[in-house]
Design a binder for this molecule. Structure first.
Ligand code: AMP
Length: 283
């Protein structure tokens, strides 16, 4: 695996590879890699000739400074994992490379209502930060495929929209299912922040989502949601940030079961302040 830190160097290499007609698969990450990230990489290996991965903790998508400071960083372990998976290129830019004018100077992307819904509502500015960093990466790496996790489902929808409005439709988004710990907790770089006791209880989030899937169609959608919220209330130290049932296509709130729509339940639960995201396709 070759590591590039400068835009000029990686672009030169990518141009050479493209001249040989090799397809490029890109996996953007913020590091602290786990098996969820590596599943994206594995799939990228099967679908593209060359796999480019990036590790960059993007400051502009953190509306909470202490969250940014506390974000886990495990670079040497990450490099080892990516090398083992056979990643060809790792892009490791620093803040100056990504934001030469400072990370408070952002381009504005019109992503519509997604910007202020769910994650967008709770984390003002988050998706503009995501769009800025992803757009910059795409312009540098010019991939054929972009590998994203269903774990961050709203982010996938935002990036779909970004590709549309920035005329980058040629890039194909490949969405990877959520990789979970043995007990069902969705893998996340933030899980290491849970205390041992909270970690043992955190699987109850997925337990509730599975219960929703099992009972989908048996009771009304509103009841399904209310009963699930009740279940989540029983997790000690937990606070439900949101639980919403939406159409998977456009992420619009679903009020009843229209069988032609795929519906998804999206949840964020904070356990002792650690924000845990999860979701499940209901039908
Ligand atoms: P992050 O490093 O958190 O920005 O995540 C990088 C990519 O990995 C994103 O596309 C995430 O959606 C994806 N990802 C994170 N956790 C998981 C998981 N448990 N399963 C599958 N993909 C994941």
């Amino acid at each position: 695996m070759i590591i590039y830190k400068s835009i000029g160097d990686i672009q030169k290499r990518i141009e050479e590879l493209k001249n040989k007609n090799l397809s490029i698969g890109f996996v953007p990450t913020m590091g602290a890699l786990h098996s969820g990230h590596l599943a994206l990489v594995k799939n990228a290996k099967t679908k593209s000739d060359i796999v480019v991965c990036s590790i960059y903790v993007n400051p502009s998508q953190f509306n909470d400074k202490s969250d940014l400071e506390k974000y886990p960083r495990t670079l040497s372990q990450d490099i080892e994992g990516l090398t083992k998976e056979g990643v060809d290129i790792l892009f490791l830019p620093d803040d100056e490379t990504m934001y030469p004018d400072g990370n408070d100077v952002l381009q504005r992307f019109d992503i519509g209502r997604l910007e202020f819904f769910l994650e967008g509502e709770r984390r003002p500015g988050h998706f503009q930060g995501v769009c800025n960093v992803v757009n910059r990466f795409l312009q540098i790496i010019t991939p054929d495929y972009l590998f994203l996790g269903q774990k961050d489902f709203q982010q996938v929808k935002v990036i779909e929209r970004l590709l549309e409005i920035s005329n980058q439709n040629k890039i194909e988004i490949v969405v990877e299912p959520i990789i979970r710990e043995v007990d069902g907790l969705a893998m996340s770089s933030r899980n290491v922040r849970l205390t041992q006791t909270d970690r043992q209880r955190a699987h109850l989030i997925y337990g509730t989502l599975k219960w929703m899937k099992e009972n989908f169609g048996k009771i009304q959608l509103q009841q399904l949601k209310e009963q699930a919220i009740q279940q989540l209330k029983e997790i000690p130290n937990a606070e439900t940030d949101y639980l919403e049932i939406c159409t998977a296509k456009n992420l619009e709130t679903a009020f009843d079961t229209n069988l032609s729509d795929t519906l998804i339940a999206l949840v964020v639960v904070k356990i002792s302040g650690v924000r845990l995201l999860d979701n499940i396709i209901l039908n």
